[in-house]
Design a protein around this ligand. Structure first.
Ligand code: GLN
Length: 192
């Protein structure tokens, strides 16, 4: 199992640690040449979506990654990663990959509540510790999108075919259950 972790900006190292602890091989994606080997899954980490989107385009990574996602490569997208996948970003004109039929709202929890922690139920997994860091939430979902978790009536986790999108950061909690679920998507245990 070989997982590519987008490593142009943001919280990628923590995902690698977690995936390695679960026995997966990881490699960092920083330039086109990194995409030449086999890849069973992709992680789009948290960070700053505007910066990541710009770097993806400048480094020539945008088109090849978009093609891989479109053709069914399993993706775990957290926080800014979720914004990169979203078909629509609320109140903004542009978008990035646009492969996930949801509308997301960036920095949705306002300044005071920019960062918070809770534990909530995630479908197919159970109770999951959730760290929100200047997080987006999902405002609306398109057809075929399964809502996996809500916090205070707001959607914070979705699955659409090969794409798993989370508002929160599962990689900082020490709980490996979300990454284990994602590796299950990569092997086909949890569907593709
Ligand atoms: N606020 C960031 C953005 O809009 C996301 C924050 C995060 O990834 N922790 O891209």
């Amino acid at each position: 199992m070989r997982i590519g972790v987008l490593a142009v900006q943001g919280a990628f190292a923590e995902h690698e640690q977690m995936l390695r602890a679960l026995g997966a091989e990881c490699f960092e994606i920083r330039q086109q040449a990194d995409l030449s080997g086999p890849m069973d899954g992709l992680v789009l980490p948290g960070g700053e979506s505007t910066v990541m989107g710009k770097l993806l385009r400048e480094l020539g990574l945008f088109q090849p990654l978009w093609e891989k996602i479109e053709s069914g490569l399993p993706v775990l997208a957290t926080c800014a990663g979720l914004i990169l996948l979203a078909e629509k970003i609320s109140g903004e004109e542009g978008r990035h990959f646009g492969t996930l039929p949801v509308t997301v709202k960036r920095n949705a929890y306002g300044r005071q509540l920019g960062s918070f922690y809770t534990v909530a139920e995630m479908k197919q997994i159970g109770k999951v510790p959730m760290h929100f860091i200047r997080a987006p939430y999902v405002e609306t979902v398109g057809s075929g999108v399964e809502v996996l978790a809500e916090v205070d009536g707001r959607i914070v986790a979705v699955r659409y075919q090969n794409q798993l999108g989370l508002s929160f950061h599962p990689e900082v909690s020490g709980d490996t259950s979300v990454h284990r679920y994602f590796l299950g998507m990569c092997t086909g245990v949890f569907g593709q």
